[in-house]
Design a binder for this molecule. Structure first.
Ligand code: IMP
Ligand code: MG
Length: 177
């Protein structure tokens, strides 16, 4: 069933089951690569809160979790100036860091993150994202773990919002045109 958030209509796009399946795969891949490393998962707030929670429940080896908060979006278009709002207060030197994103769109947020982590002397810096919009992605930073590739259209739900609304939806909806 379609839903309305603020002034816009959204239609069901990705089910909770598909999300669950994608997260199971990501967790498995990371575990294959880093089970003996005690990685630090760094969730990018606000959007990644559900991804981190569900992903880590599927990750069955020792790990730590932390969060960082950034902003790049106003309304339904990505703005290119990304600002750090809340930084990490943990020493990550020599650690394996896995940044967890809800979605990678233009990649500006990731670029900013990569620059932030460059200064931290981490051992491995990896990126996991539930969603990727390949047609919008403009950077050449390697995305290590990608859940679901989607068209370059605005989505909400499962942590993602439209001007604050929709984050609590357990399925993902796409903007209707
Ligand atoms: P980027 O910096 O352009 O890659 O955008 C990344 C951030 O913008 C994500 O972490 C989201 O918070 C937000 N974003 C990108 N695409 C969407 C979307 O389709 N719906 C809601 N938020 C989005
Ligand atoms: Mg985000």
């Amino acid at each position: 069933m379609d839903i309305q958030l603020h002034d816009k209509q959204f239609t069901p796009f990705i089910s909770a089951e598909e999300i669950d399946f994608a997260l199971t795969n990501i967790a498995k891949q990371i575990e294959d690569d880093f089970a003996d490393e005690t990685p630090v998962f760094v969730g990018v707030l606000n959007g990644a809160f559900m991804v981190v929670s569900d992903l880590l429940k599927k990750y069955n080896s020792p790990c730590e979790v932390s969060f960082i908060k950034l902003a790049s979006y106003e309304g339904t278009t990505s703005t290119s100036n990304v600002k750090q709002i809340i930084g990490l207060n943990q020493n990550l030197e020599g650690r394996t860091v896995i940044v967890v994103e809800d979605i990678v769109d233009t990649g500006s947020t990731l670029e900013e993150l990569k620059n932030l982590f460059k200064l931290q002397n981490v051992k491995h810096f990896k990126i996991a994202t539930l969603f990727l919009k390949p047609d919008a992605y403009k950077k050449d930073i390697k995305l290590d773990y990608v859940g679901i590739r989607i068209p370059d259209k605005f989505i909400v739900g499962y942590g993602l919002d439209y001007d604050g609304l929709g984050r609590n939806l357990s399925e993902v909806y796409q903007l209707k045109d």
